[in-house]
Design a protein around this ligand. Sequence first.
Ligand SMILES: *[C@@H]1O[C@H](CO)[C@@H](O)[C@H](O)[C@H]1NC(C)=O
Ligand SMILES: *[C@@H]1O[C@H](CO)[C@@H](O)[C@H](O)[C@H]1NC(C)=O
Length: 385
Amino acid sequence: MRTHRVAFHRRRFSTPTLHSCSGDYAAKMHQDSASLLRRTLLFAVVLTAGFVLFRGSESLGFLSRFTPAPSDFLFPPASYISESVSKEYTLEQVLKNAAMEDKTVILTTLNEAWAAPNSVVDLFLESFRIGDGTSRLLNHLVIIALDQKAFKRCLDVHIHCFFLVSEGIDFHQEAYFMTPAYLKMMWRRVAFLRSVLEMGYNFVFTDADIMWFRDPFPRFYLDADFQIACDHFLGLSDDVKNIPNGGFNYVKSNNRSIEFYKFWYVSQDTYPGYHDQDVLNVIKFHPFINEIGLKMRFLNTAYFGGLCEPSKDLNEVCTMHANCCLGLNTKLHDLRIMLQDWKDFMSLPPNLKTSSISWRVPQNCSLDSLHHYASPEKVLHGPPD
Ligand SMILES: *[C@@H]1O[C@H](CO)[C@@H](O)[C@H](O)[C@H]1NC(C)=O
Ligand SMILES: *[C@@H]1O[C@H](CO)[C@@H](O)[C@H](O)[C@H]1NC(C)=O
């Protein structure tokens, strides 16, 4: 196993200047909200159809269209977490350095494609800095690098970095949606998060293409073991028919959550060829969840939105996910607009921060562009989330 000696870089984050709002901004926002609503409604319809199809997918023979998950990926032993950084920076140490007083950490994963300068990670970190009360949360964010280049870049831009070595798997390229490499990366994430729970840490897992605009903690449910953001939220936080998105969840470390993560992981054998989110969509109905007493909650898109279903009111939004978007450049395009929208909003005087202001996205990530690829699974879950 390779050893990388690393230095801890502490870097001060400068506050970016806010751009002033252009005169026709509100008008543009308003104009776009109609098409947004149309898209959202269309999406809801497609989504419902996709979901019904998905639930009946075994009988429809969808399974055969996917390459099965590699069979050599067995239930991970505790030792699979590679301590490839120098001894000072084992996972235990990195988590300890980053944890809040109640042993909660914020975790994200990063590969080379997303770690490159001007790529996803820069926008992700910028969102914390320009967000409302989010910059302090950077002290609790651990970036899990999936390859060496991502790890190196992390050390340049952030304080808490961990290199998760993957024997024989190369995650450094953009992992295309539903390819074997993509599936492996997603399932590895489930296995890794379980071990974080076993180490006694609660976590907020966030994909790096989720912009943090407000502190999400006040919006979390106090009684839940596992709470997760949604591509599509039906209105009630305990309705298991909500369509969750695995890219953002808050999990408390306890026996129930650990049992649940084990169950989730082994369920990939029951549904080979599906990714973690698809499998979650099936096992969320399983009696095992009640047996272990896991309390699951679904987060309202009003606070935890995305391009599938945006948080309409910028006064309420906590996070916005570039879900329902295919391709890295397309994603970056819309994320930049999203950040600009936020900056423009923040620079408004309080009396103009009305709920009628909304996002100019999705643009290139629009569902129209997804129809080209229309298979129910892809429309349902978007590209790498
Ligand atoms: C988990 O269960 C074990 C055995 O049943 C028990 O000893 C332990 O205290 C439990 N831990 C938590 C965090 O609830
Ligand atoms: C975004 O869409 C516009 C208009 O269709 C196109 O000209 C541009 O190349 C796209 N950009 C990216 C990064 O996809």
